[in-house]
Design a protein around this ligand. Structure first.
Ligand SMILES: CC(C)(COP(=O)(O)OP(=O)(O)OC[C@H]1O[C@@H](n2cnc3c(N)ncnc32)[C@H](O)[C@@H]1OP(=O)(O)O)[C@@H](O)C(=O)NCCC(=O)NCCS
Length: 143
């Protein structure tokens, strides 16, 4: 998979985990309680195709987690390196994620988006996702 700016899109592997965590720090993706190497390694261990990365010049510059539970699909951790933004990279990652999910039979896709980030909100709207009113997200961290 390549986009029009010679970024290569591919499935992320265990060897990419540290680079992906570094990208999330550069991209100022807000940290959560699931940001360790073990957490991301666990994701890949359970679903080896769940992590998409974009690479440029041998460096990981984009990421998207494509979660599929057999019923519904959820995107997490869409992040693009600040130096590579506004070139369609996030759009290419989401398109690749949608293709993967369609092949798996998914019909309803969710994106968890930080509502205080106008760029993120604008991106998902531009990608054709509708903001769902009347729902709130409840979370709980297990010890
Ligand atoms: C949000 C983010 C992933 C967008 O990545 P990107 O590769 O720059 O996005 P694209 O180039 O594919 O943008 C496609 C369209 O989305 C919209 N968009 C993207 N970023 C935007 C911004 N900062 N402000 C307004 N609209 C934006 C535009 O309509 C854009 O099309 P255009 O460039 O022709 O105007 C990136 O800014 C990022 O990593 N932000 C920090 C982490 C984050 O907030 N992630 C999302 C959490 S769900």
């Amino acid at each position: 998979m390549t986009d029009s700016f010679s970024h290569m899109l591919r499935t992320g592997r265990a060897a990419d985990v540290e680079a992906v965590l570094a990208l999330w720090r550069r991209a100022e993706a807000s940290p959560s309680s699931t940001e360790s190497s073990e957490d991301v390694g666990g994701l890949i261990g359970r679903d080896p195709e769940a992590l998409l990365v974009a690479e440029a010049g041998g460096e990981v510059v984009g990421s998207l987690i494509v979660g599929w539970d057999g019923w519904r699909a959820t995107f997490y951790r869409l992040a693009v390196d600040p130096a590579h933004r506004r070139r369609g990279l996030a759009s290419a990652l989401v398109r690749a994620g949608e293709e993967r999910l369609a092949a798996l039979g998914a019909r309803r896709l969710n994106a968890i988006v930080e509502s205080h980030k106008p760029g993120a909100m604008a991106f998902w709207a531009s990608a054709g996702y509708q903001l769902q009113a009347g729902r709130s997200r409840f979370v709980k961290n297990l010890p």
